[in-house]
Design a protein around this ligand. Structure first.
Ligand code: FE2
Ligand code: FE2
Length: 167
């Protein structure tokens, strides 16, 4: 894979969001079940890696700088998306509820991305006001992301684990 130029933490996460949005759009335009299945697997992998990078590096680094409620909701939203991802990882297009699961996952991701980067007082806006070193954080996140992408390539990416909804 081409080496990405060094990006700060917020740029990197925003780019991930755009990647997933584009994949959902591709899914909506896909006409064959095999193409749909491939896109959904990609979405699940992208989101799993993205959530791990956020939960293991980004969220802990910004936790104290962002409203508690917002951080707690973000985690519950991640866990809720993981339930759908786990279910979709073993499902095939045409199965009962398949399309509904993809469509609800898309809605949840849109909502979550809105709160992270777009709404007034978004998580990213709150982070931007601090003196957190976003370049150093971006570097740490990029290293973890690369490691997870390699694991995904070799089929050893861990399954998403819920943090707040551990029933
Ligand atoms: Fe995110
Ligand atoms: Fe997130």
């Amino acid at each position: 894979m081409a080496k990405q130029p060094q990006r700060d933490a917020l740029r990197m996460l925003a780019d991930d969001h755009r990647t997933v949005e584009a994949l959902f759009e591709k899914y909506d335009n896909a006409r064959s079940a095999s193409v749909q299945a491939k896109i959904v697997r990609q979405i699940c992998e992208e989101l799993t890696i993205h959530a791990m990078v956020e939960e293991q590096v980004f969220y802990p680094a910004v936790r104290d700088a962002v409203e508690d409620d917002m951080m707690d909701e973000a985690q519950v939203e991640h866990d809720s998306a993981k339930a759908l991802i786990l279910s979709l990882m073993t499902a095939e297009p045409g199965e009962e509820f398949y399309e509904a699961k993809v469509s609800v996952l898309k809605e949840q991701v849109e909502h979550h991305v809105y709160e992270e980067e777009r709404q007034r007082g978004s998580m990213f806006a709150q982070v931007r006001k601090t003196d957190i070193d976003l370049d150093a954080l971006g570097q740490e996140m990029a290293a973890l992301k690369q490691q997870l992408q390699e694991q995904a390539k070799s089929g050893s990416l861990p399954q998403p684990e819920k943090v707040a909804l551990r029933a």
